[in-house]
Design a protein around this ligand. Structure first.
Ligand SMILES: Nc1ncnc2c1ncn2[C@@H]1O[C@H](COP(=O)(O)OP(=O)(O)OP(=O)(O)O)[C@@H](O)[C@H]1O
Length: 571
């Protein structure tokens, strides 16, 4: 989204330069009014115009370039004004004073004069001064024989050709203004079109490749899960699903953070998300989910691989990709001094929603996310949950084909969370492709048609929630409350009964007379488990019990041993 704003620089430079000609003519009027012969007589009007136009040619792109170093317009304005004054007056005075023979710094003055040639203000100051000096000296030395004699005697020099290279000719200043203007414009062009960045990327590529080879060479540990391998093969097949029909196709996406020890954050993931699908990206902290999102939205560079949104590559067509995605980042990127309604209106306009529909659209979004009571409050007064709602609303605005939601429900109360689920489910049913990360298994079960669990940047499993539960979570989960009246004996008897009856069962938790068992699935059916427990209920004084299938959370936890401990954790 920053691209169009940045690209204004080059166009504005040219437009400003064009506007400069009338200003230069105006300066000529001033010269004329004060009868400055050097710039108004003997056809020197054109010379003065040329100097001023060349100054504009060089200074305008330089100002745009320097502007990139500042984030605020006011700061840029004041600092660049100071820079212009110093680089114009101070450098001119320095060089001129040092040139006085009595100061005995002529050599240094010449060196500095050459160094300062990169500064258009210096060039203009010196050129105007030298031009004037040459004109007046020439006029005096050619005025009479006596004057010519004095000029020869005291070695007073002037140039017949005003554009001579040596002093007091202005050749070097004129050339420098022309060349530096061209160089600054080229640099601006390279920056705006990202060519400089691409050039840098190419130069770094060789060194990076070496580092990558080392990182890739590290063994990944376990063989790849069959579902993950099948998805990869489908995408890399010679005739894969058409990227044009598939909203999101990820091909061997990889990210290495280049630091002292390169970190492989995302390791060759491949995935296709279809229309009407909500894909959940689950993983432990630091598994690589946000990095994946950041690559898919162009926030982070891709180390290798590519992804396509509606057929457009995120490596080469990020502008087109951004027009087709909605993104709710992990940390709210909202403007504190706008109200919720203003924020949504602004994003609706940016998304290109026709003006006549914006009001209804924004009101619907506010209503759908229960934000109506806060619509006119400043965003900085919002609670964390309300900020998440607003960020999600922004991601859904304009019905983008692909929606990325990075932990959208963090901090939301249960009512708001369910409303959010309804909103996301509606978007999914209307044919959008949604990719969501969440640490809430309940949320993933409610929303996701398919999901993958990420460990150390790799997909460790992939499929529908039911498929994963069946594949990785065989058996049943038994929770029972025994009426022990504070006596441990009754509870111990029940535990002994479970151990004996359900061979291989594992006691996962015990708390205040409550026990939680995992019962192995072999030779067990729902009916058999319930039958046994109904019979044992009276005998072991079981107050209440429940038997359920293994939850998604348990499947998730079964991958915990693959996740390396965080660095601050003990061994
Ligand atoms: N800018 C960065 N520079 C270096 N390393 C980074 C950077 N951003 C993330 N990482 C590292 O990359 C790995 C993946 O981080 P990422 O934020 O993608 O994880 P995540 O799965 O989103 O975690 P969480 O669930 O906590 O949000 C982590 O080890 C993290 O420390």
């Amino acid at each position: 989204m920053t691209q169009p704003v940045e690209q204004m620089g080059l166009g504005s430079c040219i437009a400003l330069w064009a506007c400069e000609s009338p200003l230069s003519v105006l300066l000529q009027v001033v010269f004329k009014a004060f009868d400055v012969h050097a710039f108004t007589r003997d056809g020197h009007v054109a010379d003065a115009l040329l100097l001023l136009m060349l100054y504009g040619w060089a200074i305008i792109p330089l100002m745009y370039l320097m502007n990139l170093f500042f984030s605020g317009a006011a700061t840029a304005y004041t600092r660049l004004t100071i820079f212009n004054i110093l680089s114009g007056i101070a450098t001119f005075l320095m060089v001129t004073i040092m040139r006085i023979p009595a100061v005995k710094l002529e050599e240094l003055s010449r060196t500095l004069d050459h160094v300062f040639l990169v500064l258009p203000n210096h060039c203009l100051g010196m050129a105007v001064s030298s031009f004037y000096e040459n004109y007046e000296t020439r006029r005096y030395c050619t005025s009479s024989e006596v004057a010519a004699h004095y000029c020869r005697k005291y070695n007073i020099q002037y140039q017949e050709n005003f554009y001579a290279w040596s002093s007091p000719g202005v050749g070097r200043f004129v050339t420098s203004l022309a060349v530096s203007g061209f160089a600054y414009l080229t640099l601006l062009f390279l920056i705006e079109t990202d060519l400089l960045w691409r050039l840098k990327t190419c130069i770094c590529a060789f060194w990076r490749r070496q580092a990558l080879m080392d990182v890739y060479a590290q063994p990944s540990g376990l063989p790849e899960d069959q579902d993950v391998a099948d998805e990869r093969n489908r995408i890399l097949a010679p005739s894969p699903c058409s990227p044009l029909d598939t909203p999101l196709v990820i091909k061997e996406l990889c990210k290495v953070y280049e630091q002292r020890v390169p970190l492989l954050a995302v390791d060759k993931i491949s995935l296709a998300v279809q229309k009407g699908e909500c894909f959940g990206l689950l993983g432990f902290n630091g598994a690589g989910k946000t990095t994946t999102f950041k690559m898919l939205t162009g926030e982070e560079t891709i180390t290798s691989g590519d992804a396509f949104v509606g057929g457009y590559s995120i490596s080469s067509d990020i502008g087109k990709v951004r027009q087709r995605i909605g993104y709710c980042p992990q940390f709210d990127a909202l403007l504190d001094h706008m109200t919720g309604r203003e924020t949504l209106i602004m994003y609706a306009r940016l998304r290109g929603i026709p003006e006549r529909h914006i009001s209804a659209y924004v009101e619907n979004t506010l209503r759908g996310l229960l934000l109506e009571p806060h619509a006119n409050k400043l965003v900085r007064t919002y609670s964390g949950g309300n900020k998440r709602k607003l960020s999600t609303g922004i991601a859904l605005l304009g019905e983008p084909a692909v929606i990325f939601l990075d932990e959208p429900s963090t901090g939301m109360d249960p009512v708001a969370r369910r409303l959010l689920w309804d909103t996301v489910a509606r978007a999914r049913e209307s044919g959008k492709a949604i990719i969501i990360t969440s640490h809430s298994m309940e949320e993933c079960e409610a929303l996701c048609t398919r999901l993958a669990i990420m460990v150390q940047g790799q997909f460790k499993c992939l499929g529908s929630p039911q498929h994963l539960k069946s594949k990785f979570g065989s058996g049943y989960s038994l929770r029972a409350k025994v009426l022990s009246n504070g006596q441990q004996e009754a509870l111990e008897q029940f535990k002994a009964f479970v151990d004996l009856t359900f061979q291989g069962s594992v006691l996962e938790d015990e708390h205040q007379g409550m026990v939680h068992y995992h019962l192995p699935g072999d030779n067990l059916s729902w009916a058999k488990v319930f039958g046994i427990l109904e019979k044992a209920k009276e005998k072991y004084r079981v107050d209440d019990y429940s038997v359920s299938q293994i939850s998604l959370e348990q499947v998730f936890l079964s991958f915990a041993h693959l996740q390396p401990p965080a660095e601050d954790e003990g061994p």
